[in-house]
Design a protein around this ligand. Structure first.
Ligand code: KG4
Ligand code: ZN
Length: 339
């Protein structure tokens, strides 16, 4: 079954052609990073406009690279939500129009389900049930992914998502967007113990997260001492910008790793996966791998390019939805949803 996947939930316009949920025939992404960079974050109105500009060429390129015509597709899949509603609307409208014009079934995909299904794009497929840490710009949560294809929420963040904290702190530091990438680049080889940032754990059995305290601590540090390494650095002159980035990254990774292992223990499962934009972080991947090995757990990580938003995971998720439920009625009437 050959599916065209379309993803426009945030700031990437992406399309991909995937056979049977695994064989990637093409996967193209138009990133809007240069457009949003000067603002230090995604500007929703700009994102919608850029999607509008990119969507048709990106779909054409995905079909071209897969050497396939629209008529050869078995279905068209699109991210319906959650995300920026104006951005989603562009993908949903394009997908509906294509499905109608070509007479093909339309499959609506939940963006989070797309991220979770990216776990199956790891070198080795995870065996269900497994613990899935979904860690992105909009979400930080632990799920139990079951063989029947459903996922059961175990715990989520009470406030900011981890990626959101990376982005906000990077903005405070003035080091660029997306924040996670900028912080990781600075952190490489720096002293992660330089600042003892707070780790929110709640009680010892809790699978909930909180990153607002960490974000506030980072902001307070800058308010008191200035941006480390900059000319106005205060008394904490020995702490460099790189040390700050490494200490912040370590605080985020510590909690994500601990809670993922705890979830596996609580559920009595031995397989864990981490997906979403923050799962692209090299330090997090390294820490998860080390801790999983120490605890005799098997870890599944999608390649970095399938952690951040992409359409391959949407086509892959659609395939599994189709296998479970088959064609759904009324799909040409679907609307994008933000939450
Ligand atoms: O999954 P994603 O592309 O979009 C959402 O669904 O949110 O995730 C984007 C988030 C951003 O907050 C970005 O800063 C973060 O993922 N991110 C990273 C890295 N690459 C992207 N965070 C830490 N380290 C990275 N290498
Ligand atoms: Zn995402």
């Amino acid at each position: 079954m050959v599916i065209l996947g379309i993803e426009t939930s945030c700031d990437e316009t992406a399309a991909a052609v995937v056979r049977d949920g695994k064989e990637i025939l093409s996967g193209v992404i138009a990133s809007q990073v240069p457009v949003h960079s000067p603002f230090g974050g995604v500007v929703p109105e700009l994102a919608s406009r850029m999607h509008l500009e990119y969507i048709i060429p990106i779909i054409e390129r995905a079909l071209g690279e897969a050497s396939i015509s629209g008529a050869d597709l078995d279905a068209i899949a699109v991210t319906q939500g959650p995300g920026l509603v104006g951005a989603l609307l562009v993908g949903v409208s394009a997908a509906k129009a294509m499905a109608y014009a070509l007479g093909k079934p339309l499959i609506a995909v939940n963006h989070l389900d797309g991220h979770i299904q990216a776990a199956f794009l790891a070198d080795e497929m995870p065996r269900e049930p497994f613990i899935c840490l979904v860690v992105s710009g909009g979400h930080t949560a632990l799920y139990r992914a079951d063989a029947e294809g459903g996922s059961h929420l175990l715990g989520a963040t009470r406030d900011d998502a981890a990626g959101e904290a990376f982005d906000k702190v990077a903005k405070i530091l003035g080091i660029g967007y997306p924040g996670g990438v900028a912080i990781e680049r600075l952190a490489c080889g720096a002293n992660a113990q330089a600042i003892n940032f707070p780790r929110s754990r709640f009680d010892k059995d809790s699978l909930e997260f909180s990153f607002s305290g960490l974000k506030t601590a980072a902001a307070n540090f800058v308010r008191t001492h200035g941006v480390p390494g900059s000319a106005d650095s205060g008394p904490a002159g020995t702490v460099t910008l790189e040390d700050f980035a490494a200490s912040f990254q370590e605080a985020v990774a510590d909690v994500l790793v601990e809670k993922s292992i705890l979830a596996a223990r609580q559920c009595g499962l031995s397989n864990i996966a981490a997906v979403g934009g923050v799962a692209a972080n090299g330090r997090l991947r390294e820490r998860l791998a080390r801790e999983a090995a120490a605890q005799n757990l098997r870890l599944y990580l999608p390649p970095v390019k399938f952690c951040t938003d992409n359409a391959v995971m949407i086509a892959a998720a659609a395939y599994r939805t189709w296998q479970r439920f088959g064609p759904q009625p009324g799909m040409l009437e679907i609307d994008a949803f933000s939450r």
